[in-house]
Every structure is written in C-alpha cells, then in structure tokens.
Design a protein around this ligand. Structure first.
Ligand SMILES: *Cc1c(COP(=O)(O)O)cnc(C)c1O
Length: 235
C-alpha cells in the first residue's frame, strides 16, 4: 500500500469538512459540530500518524487484534474507538486500548466490559449499536425494543458511561432506505435524550464514506470515515 502524505489526507479532510458543512446547511443545522472519526482499519500506523498531523483527533478500528498491534506501542496520542463487533474473549485487550466501544449490542458484553474496566480502574464510554438495516450479517441490537430492554441494566454498570447510539446504514444505493434507517436511530436518540437516559449532547454515530451526507442531514453528530480520508482499502 502506498504511503500517503499528511498533505493528501489534509486535502481530503478539507473536502469532507466542506461536504459536512453543506449537509448541515441543507438541514438547517449550520454552525453545529459533526465530529469525524478516522477509520484506519487496514491502514498502517504511519498513515494514522500522518492523519493525526493532518488534524484528525478521533480514530476508529473494527478489529481489536489489529488495533492492538497498531496502536499499543508506541502509545497513540488520540482518542480511539472500537467500531466493530466485540467478542467476549477480546474484552480485556479492548478495555486496555479503547476509550469508547461504539458497538455494544448485548448486555453480557457490557457486563464483561464493566467487570474488566473496573479491574483496570478505568471508565469506558460505550454506544449502543442498533441494526437499522435488517441485514442479518450486521451486528447491533435487532430491534429498538431489544435495545431498550437492556438499558436499565446497562446504566447500572458503574465502570461504563453510556454516551450515545451507533448504526451502520444499509448497503444499498437506495437513498430512501438509507435515510429511513438513519431516521429510526435519530428518533430513538431523541426519545432517550428527552427521557434523560442519554445526556443532552450525546453521540449519534452514523454515516460512512458512502452515506455520511445523508447521515448528517438526518442528525448525525459523529461520522465514521475511512475511504473518504485515506482512499480505497487494499484488502
Ligand atoms: C469500515 C467502517 C467504516 C468506514 O468505512 P468507509 O466506507 O471506508 O468510510 C465505518 N464504520 C464501520 C463500522 C466500519 O467497519
């Protein structure tokens, strides 16, 4: 894979930021902030370091093992989120490495993460992931009801901080179905903020390189971008 200069990344970042600003303006949210999470999966540590120099502050990986190899040493001076499925046998490594796990979709995983985090004397942020696409291959709670059923027990876990919600849009060109998936998550988000289960500026993580403008139009305040910042992935 060719190494990229931080200038290329900075150029792409500028373009992405413009597109986000335009999407914000289209939806009457001008001036609001959308955080960009740089998805460095399959890219090297060197690329991540260049992204950091280009001004990116928030990073995401979808595999614990890969992230551990890339970021545990030398220590990476930025916030790191897990955006892929968390298996129980990877909880310990994940708790050591990530500030936030965006992909919680089971009470048992949250409980195990809580136990490990407490042992490390650490607080870990979590998002609950909803499967809004109905695609069986995607992780996430299968329904709003299933997610809500776990809320009370999750809020009891003292080493975890529930910070918001996450989803992956359906893999399709049909903008209507992508939009409706994002709308479902936004609706749940608004309800949980209103009920003070989520804090006022909770995270709404939705949108990837192919659909982040739709996500921003539907209320996302964090988008997860790989390809748009780093180009096509090699593998
Ligand atoms: C890979 C990945 C992304 C980024 O995908 P791009 O299309 O390259 O922007 C975002 N979110 C999750 C959960 C991912 O696994």
């Amino acid at each position: 894979m060719s190494s990229q200069t931080e200038f290329e990344i900075a150029d792409r970042l500028r373009l992405v930021q413009e597109r986000i600003d335009q999407a914000l303006a289209r939806s009457g949210r001008s001036g609001e902030m959308v955080r960009i999470l740089a998805v460095t999966k399959t890219f090297s540590r060197q690329v991540a370091d260049e992204a950091l120099r280009a001004g990116l502050k928030l990073f995401g990986e979808n595999r614990v093992q890969e992230a551990y190899a890339k970021f545990s040493f030398p220590p990476f001076q930025a916030e790191l989120h897990l955006i892929g499925h968390l298996q129980t046998n990877k909880v310990k490594k994940a708790a050591q490495l990530f500030q936030c796990i965006q992909s919680i979709d089971k009470l048992e995983t949250a409980q195990e993460l809580n136990r490990v985090a407490a042992g490390l004397n650490k607080k870990i942020d979590i998002l609950l992931q909803l499967n809004t696409s109905g695609e069986a291959t995607k992780s996430g709670y299968s329904s709003v009801e299933a997610l809500c059923r776990d809320l009370e027990a999750i809020l009891e876990l003292k080493a975890l901080r529930l910070k918001g919600l996450m989803t992956i849009g359906p893999l399709t060109d049909d903008k209507k179905s992508i939009r409706s998936a994002f709308r479902r998550l936004k609706k749940l988000y608004d309800k949980l903020v209103l009920e003070r289960i989520l804090p006022p500026h909770a995270i709404l993580s939705m949108g990837m390189s192919g659909d982040f403008e739709l996500a921003v139009e539907e209320g996302a305040n964090l988008v997860r971008l790989g390809t748009a910042l780093f180009g096509e992935r090699g593998s």
